[in-house]
Design a binder for this molecule. Structure first.
Ligand SMILES: Nc1ncnc2c1ncn2[C@@H]1O[C@H](COP(=O)(O)OP(=O)(O)OP(=O)(O)O)[C@@H](O)[C@H]1O
Length: 283
């Protein structure tokens, strides 16, 4: 049984100009211990699909699906209270902007200890001990002292480590990482990716890696879903995707990688992919 299984997910936003379909019939599965990458350019509905699974979209979003099951539990029609027991505990998410994702009014120690209090019911001493262990696990130096810092006192990379510590605090079965390195500088990006992959292996977590970066896909994923304008263009294991991409859009994404540049400048995806042409391999 898959850890997360979604069939025919549709997300429509009510906007001032009428309904806007951000996700259009996406299906996916991820197993325990598996790394699934969802790749596609900005606006392709990667984040919205996963926010729908987490139940974190605003009221303006209408979410429908034929199936949305996590760890044997039907997420469709589940009460808010039941969902909040799962979210942040068994299924958690790391967001693109680490500093903006933390609450500026509370110390990072308070924020991680709240998760431990709410989901695991740990007492004060146990929370503190576990928070220190978690900061150590994600490579934050002087963890006991750092717990007393506010987000603005830490760098972007440190804040992302705090977000990761919060996300893994309850040993989730599934971690969704939404462009976890986008806001960080290049040297820190590699460290954060290595950290995520180490934690994923150690805890045998299912991991959904949302990214627009094919390099990240190649380094991390077992399986890949390529999304474009809210639709799934292709799904394949990582080797097949790079060696024999089936859809024109995937070929365009790969051809736009710096390593594949043949002239003075990189071609844009818009130059390489004509959405009006029939797309092979679409699901
Ligand atoms: N609350 C909202 N109301 C209306 N439209 C929205 C809302 N949230 C997202 N969208 C739209 O849904 C589409 C998909 O957005 P989404 O954030 O999932 O893209 P993405 O593929 O994750 O891209 P990025 O990498 O830039 O985050 C976009 O066109 C976005 O503008």
């Amino acid at each position: 049984m898959a850890l997360l299984e979604i069939e025919n997910l549709v997300v429509e936003f009510q906007t001032s100009t009428g309904p806007f379909r951000a996700v259009d019939g996406v299906s996916l599965k991820v197993d325990a211990g598996e790394v699934l990458a969802i790749v596609g350019e900005s606006g392709s509905g990667k984040s919205v699909s996963m926010l729908a699974a987490m139940g974190l979209l605003p009221w303006t979003a209408k979410v429908t699906a034929d199936k949305m099951v996590f760890d044997g539990q039907n997420l469709l029609g589940m009460s808010g209270a039941k969902r909040r027991e799962i979210i942040g505990k068994d299924m958690s998410m790391i967001f693109q902007e680490p500093i903006a994702s933390l609450n500026p009014c509370f110390t990072v120690g308070f924020q991680i200890e709240e998760v431990l209090r709410i989901h695991l019911g740990l007492d004060k001493a146990a929370r503190r001990k576990r928070a220190i262990e978690l900061f150590q696990a994600v490579g934050i130096p002087d963890p006991a002292e750092r717990l007393g810092h506010f987000p603005h006192q830490m760098s972007g990379g440190q804040c992302q480590r705090v977000m990761i510590a919060i996300a893994i605090a309850c040993n989730p079965k599934l971690l969704i990482a939404d462009e976890p390195t986008t806001a960080l500088d290049v040297t820190i990006q590699k460290q954060i990716l290595d950290l995520l992959m180490r934690l994923q292996t150690e805890h045998r977590m299912g991991l959904i890696m949302i990214t627009h970066n094919m390099g990240v896909v190649a380094e991390t994923a077992d399986r890949v879903i390529v999304q474009y304008k809210g639709r799934k263009m292709e799904e394949a294991d990582v080797l097949s995707l790079f060696e024999a991409p089936k859809s024109d859009y995937t070929r365009a994404l790969l051809a736009a990688l710096p390593d594949n540049a043949t002239g003075d400048r990189l071609p844009t995806i818009g130059e390489l992919f004509n959405p009006n042409k029939t797309v092979e391999g679409a699901a």
